[in-house]
Design a protein around this ligand. Structure first.
Ligand code: PLP
Length: 368
């Protein structure tokens, strides 16, 4: 039995006719940049997330960079975020000319530790923004983070690339900060057929700033208010995302069911990543921790099961960090997690037989 980490063919199959129709609509319109597919998806996505606006763009990394620029982050500023994330979060900070201040994560939930955020705000001046990363589909406790940020006059940006549809208390991921960013990379909970991304916000000034940035600072066809960039959402991707969005909630429910089955089947010696109290996670990844992570991954591979590691090398230990001249850091929880985390296959269509095979393989490996 071969089990991939993620099987996208199973997701596309039941909606293939709708997807083909959407693609055909764009092909026949010959509108391959701009056009009605984009605002139509943007409206639906903003409504789903519970914000006033969504602005489609090229990918989640550009979304982060444009969000930082929209709240005025640049040279001489500092931005707090975590090292236990995909590199893009930190890359965006460096690429706008600001300095990343990386803090440790909570050992139970593996998302940003708010005690560490408070300490960083004491230790560093000129912190203009905090990027909260909702890793694995779990969320940072946003009410407390927003309170801390208000006290210090800094903006909150949510990196929700792994948390489409997650909820913390009464609001979804992305509806807490000044702005939030999403990636629709194919493997995310809501994925396009290529690169795509979005920013959401309820602030009209920020919406306009970002909408201009993604399209060359354009006011009219050849009138430009600023030097922006080209990071537009493709209408083809917008059409595909519009077909998929109504299914997202159901897919997330199915992911939570799979996670629930894992919790029943897996041996207790595998430490699970806890959900933040008050959060309804969407399990972009299902992550366990163990000292013998590499051995377990090997045993799974031998049984035909694909597992992942998110992420094996924290950002502050990447060659890029050192090459950029950034200071050496010690983040013990992050560093321990990088050695222990193991992402098990998770997707809405994972069957009970597959789950049992994965659990049995892990049990056998742990006993050997
Ligand atoms: C995927 C991801 C990104 C980057 O998104 P792209 O669309 O690939 O640029 C940023 N942050 C996190 C946490 C991600 O998982």
């Amino acid at each position: 039995m071969k089990i991939p980490l993620l099987d996208l063919s199973l997701q596309a199959a039941p909606i293939e006719a709708e997807l083909q129709a959407a693609i055909q609509r764009v092909v026949r319109s010959t509108g391959f940049v701009g056009g009605p597919e984009i605002p139509s998806f943007e409206r639906a996505f903003a409504e789903y997330c519970g914000t006033s606006f969504a602005i489609g763009c090229g990918n989640g990394t550009d979304a982060l960079e444009m969000s930082l620029r929209a709240v005025g982050v640049g040279k001489g500023d500092r931005v707090i975020t975590v090292s236990h994330t995909f590199i893009a979060t930190v890359e965006a900070i460096v690429n706008v000319g600001a300095e990343p201040v990386l803090v440790d994560v909570n050992p139970q939930t593996l998302v940003m530790d708010l005690v560490a955020v408070r300490a960083a705000l004491k230790a560093y001046a000129n912190v203009r923004a905090i990027i909260a990363v909702h890793l694995y589909g779990n969320m940072v406790p946003m009410d407390d983070l927003v309170t801390i940020a208000r006290e210090h006059g800094c903006a909150v940006i949510e990196d929700a690339a792994q948390a489409h549809g997650a909820r913390y208390r009464e609001r979804r991921a992305g509806a807490w900060g000044e702005l939030a960013t999403f990636s629709f990379f194919p493997g995310k909970n809501l994925g396009a057929f290529g690169d795509a991304g979005a920013i959401i916000t309820s602030d009209e000034t920020l919406q306009q700033h970002v909408a201009k940035q993604r399209d060359h600072g354009r006011r009219e066809k050849y009138t430009h208010d600023s030097f922006g960039r080209n990071s537009r959402l493709d209408p083809l991707q917008a059409a595909i995302l519009s077909v998929k969005l109504p299914h997202l909630e159901g897919w997330n429910v199915a992911r939570r069911k799979v996670a629930g089955r894992y919790a029943e089947l897996l041996p207790s010696s595998l430490t699970r990543v806890a959900a933040t109290p008050g959060c309804e996670p969407v399990f972009h990844q299902y992550v366990v921790q163990h000292e013998r992570r590499d051995e377990l991954r090997q045993a799974l591979a031998e049984a035909g099961i694909d597992a992942g590691v998110h992420y094996p090398l924290p950002v502050h230990q990447q060659p890029a960090w050192n090459n950029e001249g950034l200071p050496a850091l010690s983040l013990p929880v992050t560093e321990a997690a990088a050695k222990r985390v193991l992402s098990l296959p998770i997707f809405p269509e994972l069957t009970t037989a597959q789950l049992e095979h994965i659990a049995d393989t892990l049990k056998a490996a742990l006993q050997s």
